[in-house]
Write a protein that binds this ligand. Structure first.
Ligand code: SF4
Length: 442
């Protein structure tokens, strides 16, 4: 900092290329208590098992992060954003600034960004911000989940714990993380809820994810608290597996009737039998009952499919999209692809080139199907085109070994544990099975 330069955090933020408003408006709470600047932040700012949210708001790590952002330096934890900015791709920081900081001519004077700008303006030269206010909340209360999806592990789902232990017993080197307890974010089970409660008075947006948020008692407690505060206009966002809408006496549909802005990203990667295999514990008929109930009783709830696509479900994902659009469960454009990169043996990048070509052709056909409608938007086209692009990039993996060794071994073991058979459920990959067998016998 030039000593002659006046300390003006707003001016510094406006001219910094690495500025992001998150550390002035948000504290991400992971289910193990790690506090981060956001859910994709790669280091930590504190630990809720040892300190309070208020203490971590001005921890050395948080203050250093704020200063780096104001000075245009690249924080290590923000690699996911800075690496995208470096190649001119939009980042989560762009979205956050658009919503929390950048002033546009049509912004209402009571918009949240004016409150956040006040906090930024109050930053002192050590990075300290006196007032502790969370305008955005993403709190993972615990890792309770009723499914054990193939791409997940026991860190994020208690339903994975038993299979993780069996996998560990079956091999010497565990690929997956093995945890054997329910984890929760605070010093005790309700600690995180008690600490975020005062901020519900002014929070602008809350994101619920898990684990599975519909299994978390404190998710319902947050909604009930918001209702008692009369906060009908708050924005509620969800990432849910859509397999349940109730917990005990709590019925989320009844609670949602009190809120005007609710958006669901349903984690669905396949339909019918394939869904039940890929996300173990899924009962497809219950998922259908649940989306039908949402459409019938709370039609204002905006539902997206957030589809994690790896090669096993690559073709079926397209069928899922078509089916749910044709049944009227989602709008054509409400489909987002999350490109699976891990475990790497499920990634589209691990495919041999000839199979990538087949996937590419199917995806281009699907884009034509989307474009045959009048009401699509470019974002949904882009989600499929970006998937093709990511798949076709030069692989960073040892392709053959990934499929023939890691995929085959992991799948054989999990199928044995779960009494399933991948090749029967996904016959569309018979060509790949043949390829793997040939390759293994070389
Ligand atoms: S720059 Fe990106 S990674 Fe860093 S806090 Fe903002 S959104 Fe998170």
């Amino acid at each position: 900092m030039d000593l002659n330069q006046e300390w003006d955090p707003i001016k510094m933020a406006e001219s910094s290329t690495t500025f992001c408003a998150m550390p002035w408006a948000h504290q991400y709470i992971n289910m193990d208590g790690k506090i981060k600047a956001c859910c994709i932040y790669q280091t930590m700012l504190g630990d809720l098992k040892q300190h309070t949210l208020k203490e971590i708001w001005n921890s050395d790590q948080t203050k250093t992060l704020r200063l780096k952002m104001l000075k245009g330096e690249k924080p290590i934890g923000c690699k996911m954003c800075t690496s995208r900015t470096d190649i001119n791709l939009p980042s989560m920081a762009d979205d956050s600034n658009d919503w929390l900081f950048d002033v546009h001519p049509n912004d209402p004077s009571n918009s949240v960004k004016y409150d956040v700008r006040k906090l930024i303006a109050s930053t002192d030269e050590t990075g300290h911000v006196e007032e502790h206010r969370l305008y955005y909340m993403d709190t993972r209360f615990n890792n309770l989940c009723n499914l054990s999806c193939r791409t997940c592990n026991s860190e994020f789902s208690t339903s994975w714990i038993a299979d993780s232990k069996k996998l560990k017993e079956m091999r010497n080197i565990p690929i997956r993380d093995t945890r054997d307890i329910l984890t929760f974010s605070g010093k005790y089970e309700t600690d995180a809820f008690e600490q975020i409660k005062p901020h519900l008075n002014y929070a602008n947006k809350i994101y619920f994810a898990g684990g599975e948020p519909m299994m978390q008692e404190d998710h319902y407690n947050v909604l009930k608290e918001l209702i008692s505060l009369g906060r009908k206009n708050i924005e509620l966002r969800y990432n849910t597996n859509l397999s349940r809408l109730k917990l005990g006496e709590n019925d989320v549909i009844e609670l949602w009737k009190n809120f005007k802005r609710v958006e669901i990203s349903a984690s669905l990667d396949a339909n019918h039998e394939r869904a039940e295999y890929w996300r173990k514990g899924t009962k497809w008929n219950l998922v259908v009952d649940n989306i039908q109930r949402i459409k019938r009783e709370v039609p204002h709830v905006n539902t997206f499919i957030m589809c994690s696509v790896g090669w096993p479900n690559a073709f079926n994902a397209l069928e899922l999209h078509k089916e749910w659009v044709e049944l009227g469960y989602i709008d054509l454009s409400n489909f987002i692809i999350n490109f699976v990169d891990g475990p790497s043996f499920y990634s589209l990048r691990s495919l041999p080139d000839w199979k990538k070509q087949i996937v590419k052709e199917k995806y281009l056909e699907h884009v034509e199907w989307i474009k045959s409608h009048t009401e699509y938007n470019e974002r949904v086209v882009s989600t499929f085109m970006v998937t093709i692009d990511l798949m076709m990039r030069p692989s960073i993996y040892q392709t053959d070994k990934l499929l023939t060794h890691y995929f085959t071994k992991e799948t054989e073991k999990l199928d044995l544990i779960r009494g399933e058979d991948f090749w029967k459920v996904f016959p569309e990959h018979a060509d790949l099975k043949e390829y793997m067998e040939l390759d293994e016998n070389k």
